[in-house]
Design a binder for this molecule. Structure first.
Ligand code: SF4
Ligand code: SF4
Length: 376
């Protein structure tokens, strides 16, 4: 059994020591949202303390507890998910896994990935299951700030243009907080990355007021985020890759990106140099803490996505979307199942290598072991 050791530091100290100083923060904004005295600020590229909170709030550990990369509450945050009957290596627990796409051709065309997240969001809003969706703004990769700005559509017309984005680190919890407090929405769907899902589950468990109206957590598959969008996009450009044409992805010793007409193999070492430190030790490819996960891998037909339903709540949304004609689904082709398992497994193996062998990769005490149990 692993032993979790905490340093005897008050306030922001543990978070700073375990996550911020080793550069493992992925800028999700959960700590900023949860801090009761507004002592933390997340800017485009860093997390910093506005004032020393320990002077007036000496036993507070909230920011450390809600961070998706720390151990506290991680086991508990996974509890609801752990009753799902099935599990695949590197993917976590689930109720069903299949392939799906939006029934609307224009949405499929805009999103290039079957438009499943869009279909679920539109269905949610139009049938009253949700009253707002939090997602990232779609932008040209070169102009994209890190973290990205969030948009909060409450009517469906704005949704599709926001959903065609694959790389979106963003201060999600903050966006979530503002939709609840600023717009007083009470049933919010959230589309984000696996680490966002973990952060929101932790906020929910912690009983933070912004997490009460948590509607549905929809996770994208995530194969890391770049430290700098500019450096990443110039690497892709040098290889001749236009990211918005990429339909399939695979991961071995290189990353294989496939469009309709081309396939590009980029050595992993070159990509690795561009990846955020916090992402290098992330083992979650599909969003194991979500209600529903969506993404594309090799082996799936064009304009379809893999759809993993993990919770009863997720199942309710997906069934409603199918019943009311927003979404269609089919059995997952064997090749696609092999594709997801192989990427998920490889991502996890690389994270382990980074944590156990590289001097750079240090994980908050206990968190990596708990994650390994959640995503065996
Ligand atoms: S990952 Fe999120 S919760 Fe953790 S330190 Fe960074 S912004 Fe805060
Ligand atoms: S690799 Fe993990 S930590 Fe990084 S953005 Fe993706 S889900 Fe978040």
């Amino acid at each position: 059994m692993s032993v979790t050791v905490y340093f005897l530091v008050n306030g922001y100290g543990n978070l700073k020591h375990e996550i911020v100083d080793p550069d493992l923060c992925t800028l999700c904004g959960a700590c900023e949202t949860a801090c009761p005295v507004n002592a933390i600020s997340i800017t485009a590229d860093r997390n910093y303390q506005l004032f020393d909170c320990s002077e007036n709030f000496d036993s507070c550990s909230i920011c450390h507890e809600v961070c998706p990369h720390t151990a506290p509450n991680l086991d508990e945050a996974f509890k609801e998910l752990s009753s799902a009957p099935y599990s695949l290596p590197g993917i976590g627990r689930f109720l069903t896994i299949r392939t799906a796409r939006s029934n609307f051709e224009d949405i499929r065309h805009i999103t290039r990935s079957g438009g499943v997240a869009a279909a679920l969001s539109i269905c949610g809003i139009e049938t009253g299951l949700v009253d707002a969706v939090v997602s990232s703004e779609t932008k040209n990769l070169d102009d994209m700030p890190t973290p990205q700005k969030f948009k909060i559509p409450m009517v469906t017309d704005y949704l599709p243009s926001m959903l065609n984005v694959e790389f979106h680190p963003a201060a999600v919890a903050k966006a979530y907080d503002s939709v609840v407090k600023g717009y007083t929405r009470s049933r919010v769907a959230f589309i984000g990355l696996p680490c966002h899902m973990t952060a929101l589950r932790k906020l929910q468990l912690f009983g933070h007021k912004s997490s009460e109206p948590l509607g549905f957590l929809i996770s994208r598959f995530c194969l890391w985020n770049p430290q700098s969008m500019k450096a990443f996009s110039s690497l892709l450009r040098a290889k001749g890759v236009q990211l918005d044409t990429i339909d399939e992805i695979n991961l071995g010793d290189s990353i294989r990106l496939k469009s309709d007409v081309n396939a590009f193999d980029i050595p992993l070492a070159e990509i690795w140099e561009c990846i955020r430190e916090g992402c290098r030790i992330c083992m979650d490819f599909t969003g194991a803490f979500s209600d529903v996960s969506v993404g594309r891998v090799e082996g799936i037909s064009k304009d379809w996505s893999v759809l993993i339903v993990r919770t009863k709540k997720g199942e309710e949304l997906v069934e409603r979307a199918e019943r009311e004609g927003y979404l269609e689904s089919a059995n997952l082709p064997h090749a696609a199942e092999v594709g997801i398992r192989s990427i998920a497994f490889r991502k996890k193996a690389l994270a382990k290598q980074e944590v156990y062998e590289s001097k750079r990769g240090v994980m908050a005490p206990g968190a990596f072991e708990i994650m390994e149990r959640c995503i065996p």
